[in-house]
Each structure stands twice: as structure tokens, then as C-alpha cells.
Design a binder for this molecule. Structure first.
Ligand SMILES: Cc1cc2nc3c(=O)[nH]c(=O)nc-3n(C[C@H](O)[C@H](O)[C@H](O)COP(=O)(O)OP(=O)(O)OC[C@H]3O[C@@H](n4cnc5c(N)ncnc54)[C@H](O)[C@@H]3O)c2cc1C
Length: 287
């Protein structure tokens, strides 16, 4: 069995302590949250941090709160907590729906929303969901807090706008406008449950006309990206079966597709269209 390289472990008692350690150790340090991406990478020696800063026990980073401007989620909140939240069930059903299909129960008990979006694996579910919801990512570093729009946070494959001395502290989901529905669906790899292709859809409709659409394809593309052609094919259109079929047919337009043992480029393009149509229809039923 593979074992990680030697490292020092720091269990911190506050966000400020975590930031001080990030400053002290620079590139040598890594934040440890649920550990379900970082530890496997360390065991394979793809990542060899000299210092692990464990934030998983920080109560100040584990919460789901209703605020005036939406719902705030602490970065170290686990998928299980998100799945069980009645508040999210009511306002953002896409979140419990998305977290309920991540890995298995052990992964969901440990994995966190902050860890998933910072890792920014294109096969993961949360980055696409957070992007579709147009969330704001609150990060904190030595100079204090700053807010990054999800559209700017996900920079490229496994890369975000976070700097090495910052950590994500909160994900803010803006209050959805009236007549908005959201849904998440994926076709999963049978072993890992990672998406071979998935879709996060947030759609607003008034008088049978689509007024806003935010659609993200997960799993099939090399990076977390908005499916802008699908969005354009929906916004301003009368919503009927033909509009849906036309919009979903563009699901893989402009995306750089993954082609691997789990599915070829061509296969993924086909299932993207199917999954996009299915997810948008489900979101529409929730408007
Ligand atoms: C068997 C298995 C199946 C899985 N299946 C799925 C699946 O179906 N869908 C899916 O989406 N994922 C899946 N995952 C991945 C899982 O969701 C991970 O938990 C997630 O990707 C990372 O979250 P974490 O809290 O475990 O982060 P960690 O592994 O602790 O950290 C991941 C990265 O983020 C950094 N980090 C963590 N938190 C912060 C923070 N607050 N601020 C700054 N940096 C931070 C760490 O330094 C590290 O670089 C699976 C994992 C396993 C082991």
C-alpha cells in the first residue's frame, strides 16, 4: 500500500491560526479539510506538502445560515450536512440533490464543499453546481477577506483564483429570483461515482418564457465551464419541448471533451445532450 511522504500535522483552533501557518510555510503547506482528494494524491506522491493544516474541526467553518442576501455555507461543511439541510431543500434543492450522488456515505461524511471547489476536479459535482448557482466565494488571507464570483473562481483544470496564503471560508448562494428552479443529474462511473457526464441547471421562467438560465456541464469536459450555447438557446425563448431539445443539443458546444476508458469524446457528447435535456426539464418542474 502506498504511503505519503513525511509531513508535519497542524490541527488549528481558528482561521487566523491557519492563515498564519500558510504565511509561515508558503508553498510547503496545504489545507486539509475532508482529505478525500488530498490524502489519495499524497499517497500517490502526486502531492507532497511538508505541512498539513487541518481545518476539519473548526466549528467556525461549518454552518448553513440564512441571511438577508441568501444562504451562507461554511467552507468545511460536509456533503452529509448539506444533504440533510431542510433550508437547502427548500431554496436550493440542487445542492442536496448533487451531494447525495457524490461517492459513497464515507466520502459524503468527510468531504466538504470548500475542499471540492478548491480542488476543482472537472469530474466533481460541486464546482459545477456552485458555478450554476452564481455563488460568491469568500476567501480570507493575511490582508483580510475578499469575494470572488464563481465565474472568476474556477480558472482552469484543478486551478482556482485562490492565492497560496488564502483559504476559502464561505460560499454565499444569492437569493434566487421568483419562478426559479434548479436541478442536478449525472451519469456516474459505477465504481467511483464521479460524473462521466453531468449537468447543473438553474432556470427562471415567467409567462412560459425563459428569463434566465445558468447551465454547467460536469464530468465530460476538461474544465468546469458554463454551457453558454445552451443558455443562449433558452433565454428569451418560449419554453416548449422543441426549445428544450434544441437547447440541449448544444450541450457540448465549445467544450474541450475528456476521452478516456470511461467514455470516448463522441459518447460523452451524446450523453451530454441527453443529461442536459433531462436536468433542464427537472429544473423547470421546480419553477
Ligand atoms: C472513493 C471516492 C469517490 C469520490 N466520488 C466523488 C464523486 O462522485 N463526486 C465528487 O464530486 N467527488 C468525489 N470524490 C472527491 C470528494 O468529493 C472530495 O471530498 C473532494 O473532492 C475534496 O473535498 P475534501 O473536503 O475532501 O478536500 P481535501 O481533500 O481535504 O482537499 C482538497 C484540496 O483543497 C484544498 N482545500 C480544502 N479545503 C480548503 C479551504 N477551505 N481553503 C483552501 N483550500 C482548501 C486542500 O489543500 C487540497 O488541495 C470522491 C472521493 C473518493 C475518495
Amino acid at each position: 500500500m502506498s504511503v505519503p511522504a513525511v509531513f508535519d500535522y497542524h490541527a488549528v483552533n481558528s482561521v487566523d491560526e491557519a492563515i498564519a501557518l500558510l504565511q509561515q510555510y508558503g508553498d510547503e503547506a496545504k489545507i486539509l479539510s475532508g482529505g478525500h482528494s488530498l490524502i489519495p494524491a499524497m499517497k500517490l506522491r502526486l502531492s507532497q506538502p511538508g505541512h498539513l493544516i487541518d481545518i476539519s474541526k473548526l466549528n467556525e467553518l461549518s454552518y448553513i445560515r440564512k441571511q438577508k442576501n441568501g444562504i451562507a455555507i461554511g467552507a468545511a461543511t460536509t456533503y452529509s450536512a448539506l444533504e440533510r439541510s431542510e433550508l437547502l431543500q427548500q431554496l436550493f434543492p440542487i445542492i442536496p440533490e448533487g451531494t447525495s450522488v457524490i461517492g459513497d456515505q464515507q466520502v459524503r461524511n468527510r468531504g466538504t464543499i470548500g475542499g471540492s471547489i478548491v480542488h476543482n476536479d472537472p469530474a466533481a459535482d460541486m464546482p459545477g453546481i456552485v458555478l450554476a448557482l452564481k455563488a460568491e466565494i469568500i476567501v480570507q488571507g493575511p490582508k483580510g477577506k475578499r469575494t470572488i464570483a464563481a465565474d472568476d473562481f474556477f480558472v482552469d483544470t484543478f486551478t482556482t483564483a485562490l492565492t497560496p496564503d488564502e483559504l476559502v471560508v464561505e460560499i454565499l448562494l444569492p437569493q434566487p429570483s421568483a419562478h426559479t428552479g434548479s436541478a442536478y443529474e449525472k451519469i456516474a462511473n459505477k465504481a467511483s461515482h464521479y460524473a462521466v457526464a453531468g449537468c447543473a441547471a438553474v432556470i427562471s421562467v415567467k409567462n412560459d418564457t425563459c428569463t434566465a438560465a445558468s447551465i454547467v456541464i460536469t464530468g465530460a469536459s476538461v474544465r468546469t465551464t458554463r454551457a453558454t450555447t445552451v443558455e443562449q438557446a433558452l433565454i428569451g425563448k418560449h419554453i416548449d419541448e422543441q426549445t428544450l431539445a434544441d437547447a440541449a443539443s448544444h450541450a457540448s458546444n465549445g467544450l474541450e471533451m475528456i476521452s478516456d476508458i470511461h467514455g470516448s469524446d463522441e459518447y460523452r457528447r451524446q450523453i451530454c445532450a441527453v443529461i442536459a435535456r433531462r436536468t433542464i426539464s427537472k429544473a423547470l418542474k421546480r419553477v
